[in-house]
Each structure stands twice: as C-alpha cells, then as structure tokens.
Design a protein around this ligand. Structure first.
Ligand SMILES: NC(=O)c1ccc[n+]([C@@H]2O[C@H](COP(=O)([O-])OP(=O)(O)OC[C@H]3O[C@@H](n4cnc5c(N)ncnc54)[C@H](OP(=O)(O)O)[C@@H]3O)[C@@H](O)[C@H]2O)c1
Length: 243
C-alpha cells in the first residue's frame, strides 16, 4: 500500500492529482494552509475510492514548521508531490517588494525547504519519489511573468539538481512542466483552448509519467516544442518582443 503526500492540496491541480492516485489505490495525505477546506475532498476520496485520506496543516512559508510537519506524518509518504504556488499581478510585484518576495518564497524557497526534508528521508530509505510542479514559464524569462517565471526557473533547476543528487540513492525526482491549465490561478485570464489543459488531464499525465519514471514531463507534450522554439529565439530579438 503506497501513500502520496500532496502539498498544496486545495489547488485545482492538487485535488485532481489526489483523486487520480486514490482511484489507483494509493492512500492520500492532503496538506494545505487552509486544511478546513479539504473535508469535502477527503470525504469524496474515502467514499468513492475507499482509500485512507488524511488532512494536514501546511504553510509553505512557515519554513521552521516543515521538519516537524514531515516527521509527524504517519506513515511517511512514499511519494511527495509539491503542487503549491502563486501567481500574483506582476506589475504589483514589480512595485511592491512584499508581493514579489512572497511570490519568490512560495514558488521557490518554501518548495526547497520542504523538499530538502523529504529528500533526506527518502535518501535514508534508498526509496521514494518526489514530484515537483514547476511551469513552462520558467523555461525563459519574460516581462509579463518577471518574478513568477524566475522563481519557477529556480525551482526547475533545483529539481534537476535534486534528481542528480538522489539518483544513486534510488530516489526518483520528476519535474512537471505544465503550460496553460484551467484553475483558480488562471480564472481571470483568457486561455487559448487548444493548448490549455484541465486539472484532470494534468493529473492523468502525471500519473502515467510517474509509472514510467519520467524525469521531465511537459503537459501537453507539444509545450516542449513550443518552449524549444521560444528558447531558441536570439536574445537580441527576444528582448524587443512583447511576451
Ligand atoms: N494554472 C496554470 O496555468 C499553471 C501553469 C503552470 C504551472 N502551474 C502550477 O501548478 C501548481 C498548481 O496551481 P493551480 O493552477 O492548481 O492553481 P491554484 O488552484 O491557484 O493552486 C495554488 C495552490 O497553492 C496554494 N498555496 C499558495 N500559497 C501557499 C502557502 N504559503 N502554503 C501552502 N499552500 C499555498 C494555494 O492554497 P490556498 O487554497 O490556501 O490559496 C493553492 O492550493 C502551481 O505550482 C502553479 O504554479 C499552473
């Protein structure tokens, strides 16, 4: 019986991942900064899939609580999935350091803090999986996603380093690179339907990629090629573009 910990379980993508893994007979640990909001999901998982599903308080920005949070989990999870993240208004973040700092710390520092702890535990067990939800935005910096993209770029780089660090210890680290996804984060943005995923599609792709022990997975697959083209635009041209 394997257990999956979902960090940021109130997120639309996190809830879809919880349902997907529960439907495949995994027990679920839901962790979020507003745990009281997780009760409907907990009941749904317990009733529909008959799996054990527990709720835990977790704040990505409360670094000092991360070790006791992880060590108090019974059982310790076999898979830790880091889903939380924030996308604030970039112009506000450019003007206001408090907003920029929160975006950097949620998308990067908080993720590193908790995943270092999970990774040390998995290394001691010579077993375990870490899955990090980053973003294609981190593949190249641009004006309209100045702070968010740079924090996600740092997170993507951290996951690559962690994968390298953990490989010989039989710990698998998977990076998930979603493009556009319909969720609370993007509800005010007009998204192009053909290249936008639903949270359920993201969860399906993550589950399949986990089974195949993929290192990096783009959601949907063509985002890898979209980003390849974007990454190859020469800087002297890219800096003039409105993106
Ligand atoms: N939607 C997209 O187009 C898209 C594209 C690429 C990548 N992503 C990434 O996918 C992940 C999931 O996002 P989503 O689209 O599902 O958006 P979402 O529904 O807005 O979820 C974001 C989640 O992050 C949680 N969170 C924020 N600050 C936190 C903190 N300090 N501690 C713990 N949890 C915190 C939120 O919790 P509360 O419920 O308490 O606010 C919420 O559950 C994020 O990492 C996002 O960057 C999304």
């Amino acid at each position: 019986m394997s257990t999956v910990l979902i960090l940021g379980a109130t997120s639309d993508i996190g809830m879809a991942i919880a349902r997907k893994f529960a439907s495949r007979k995994f027990d679920i640990q839901l962790a979020a900064r507003k745990p009281e909001q997780l009760q409907p999901l907990q009941s749904d998982i317990s009733i529909r899939f008959g799996r054990s599903c527990s709720i835990h308080a977790f704040d990505a920005l409360n670094y000092g609580s991360h070790a006791s949070f992880f060590n108090s989990l019974v059982p310790r999870p076999d898979i830790t999935i880091c889903v939380f993240g924030i996308l604030d208004e970039e112009e506000l973040a450019f003007d206001n350091w408090t907003i920029a700092e929160r975006m950097i710390n949620t998308n990067y520092t908080g993720a590193v803090s908790i995943l270092n702890i999970a990774a040390k535990y998995y290394i001691s067990q010579h077993d375990g999986t870490i899955i990090g939800i980053s973003s294609v935005a981190g593949d190249r910096g641009r004006a309209s996603k100045l702070i968010y993209a740079s924090a996600k770029a740092a997170f993507t780089t951290y996951l690559a380093g962690l994968r390298n660090k953990c490989f010989r210890e039989k710990v698998h680290v998977m990076t998930v690179q979603p493009g556009f996804v319909y969720s609370k984060m993007t509800e005010n943005q007009p998204l192009p339907k053909p290249i936008t995923s639903t949270p359920a599609e993201v969860a399906d792709i993550i589950y399949k990629a986990y089974g195949k022990k993929k290192n990096i997975v783009y959601v949907k697959w063509f985002w890898r090629y979209i980003m390849l083209i974007i990454k190859n635009i020469p800087e002297f041209q890219f800096k003039k573009m409105k993106l």
